[in-house]
Design a protein around this ligand. Structure first.
Ligand SMILES: [Zn+2]
Ligand SMILES: [Zn+2]
Length: 363
């Protein structure tokens, strides 16, 4: 592994080449959010008030799900402070944007800004990092999962993307709620309960069939879109002892129109260098990174990254190896021998092999 540098080290070298306005908040990005909000309201009314053919309802669900996801991407940048700087307004706009995904702004900032960004791909401190062989050994469920043949696991893993953002956000609530000061906890609870109460109310008003097309199916679609980015952004990269965005992030490339719809969320390495920057300038940041550190930077098409995710296991061994623990297959990781064009494995014995046996029942 190359010598690791912090995101501040890279940012200090790139920022002199960027215009000052790149670091200013840009409220006009809210027009995009307003457009999505209007589409969502129109979608609810269309399904709620009309008796549509199921195929048309399905089409509306796809539009709603795509809009839920895109609002989440905007909520993400709003809560990084790229749109407005006033704290109460930032949180309010973030809450509206994350409402369909039912994530509160306080929880999000704690989970994402203060933990995922500060401790990216740290085995213990990044709440979004994938497990290590040690963790697998401690969980009966995960041990069972990793004994299933790879293709079934890959298929199930892709299906799981359709619910995992919602499940993970509930897990994050459980993990972090006790870390909020007692006087802040009611607000954090309210930010969780209010969206869910709204969706249950919608169920009562619309009835289950319409609610399925208006909320449940769009939520699954939005989960899948958001999670496909999150999964490709880090899960082919190694776990690292130093938070080096060029080592622990992957920028995926998508058609220009997708970047427009998703507020440039694909530029994830650039985002980890400058989380508070207007993402409009990420293509410029990318140019500078590729000029200065071409051999460290990771990028690939979104489709290639998804195929690589399908073909590789999701267990870390010694930080830089993705391994199939029961098959003794080692795949490396980006920057550590994993070639997304020709995914191959080596056969190697795990030192922790013994701890994966069923006799160790620590759970
Ligand atoms: Zn990230
Ligand atoms: Zn972020």
């Amino acid at each position: 592994m190359k010598e690791l540098k912090t995101f501040g080290w890279y940012a200090a070298r790139v920022s002199p080449h960027l215009p000052k306005k790149a670091f200013k908040p840009v409220p006009t990005r809210l027009f995009g959010g307003l457009a999505y909000l209007l589409i969502v309201i129109a979608g609810f009314l269309t399904i709620g008030l009309l008796d549509l053919n199921p195929w048309i309802s399905l089409g509306v669900s796809v539009i709603l799900g795509s809009s839920f996801a895109a609002m989440g991407f905007l909520g993400h940048e709003i809560l990084h402070g790229t749109v407005v700087r006033k704290a109460w307004l930032r949180d309010f706009l973030g809450a509206v944007s994350f409402f369909p995904l039912s994530v509160g702004p306080r929880l999000w900032r704690k989970w994402h800004n203060m933990n995922h960004h500060i401790h990216t791909q740290d085995e213990d401190k990044d709440p979004d990092a994938w497990p290590t062989v040690d963790k697998i050994a401690r969980s009966r469920f995960l041990r069972w999962v990793y004994q299933i043949p790879h293709s079934f696991r890959a298929f199930a893993g892709f299906c799981f993307l359709a619910i995992s953002f919602s499940l993970h956000s509930l897990k994050m609530f459980k993990l972090y709620i006790s870390e909020f000061k007692p006087n802040k906890r009611p607000e954090v609870w309210l930010q969780l309960v209010l969206p869910w109460a709204t969706w249950v109310t919608l169920l009562v008003i619309m009835g289950p069939a319409k609610w399925f097309f208006a909320f449940l199916l769009p939520l699954l679609i939005a989960n899948f879109i958001v999670m496909s980015y999150i999964a490709t952004n880090h899960r082919l990269n190694p776990l690292v002892p130093v938070n080096d965005p060029l080592a622990n992030c992957l920028t995926v490339t998508v058609p220009k129109w997708v970047d427009v719809l998703h507020f440039n969320f694909s530029y994830h390495t650039e985002h980890h260098l400058f989380p508070g920057m207007n993402p409009k300038y990420y293509p410029l940041v990318k140019q500078h990174i590729k000029r200065m550190w071409p051999d460290r930077y990771h990028e690939m098409t979104f489709v290639k990254a998804m195929i690589a995710l399908w073909k590789t296991p999701r267990v870390y061994y010694q930080g830089s190896e993705l391994v199939d623990p029961y098959q003794n297959k080692m795949y490396g990781s980006l920057g550590n021998g994993l070639d997304a064009d020709h995914i191959k494995h080596r056969v190697g014995e795990l030192k922790e092999k013994v701890s994966l046996s069923k006799k160790k029942k620590t759970m």
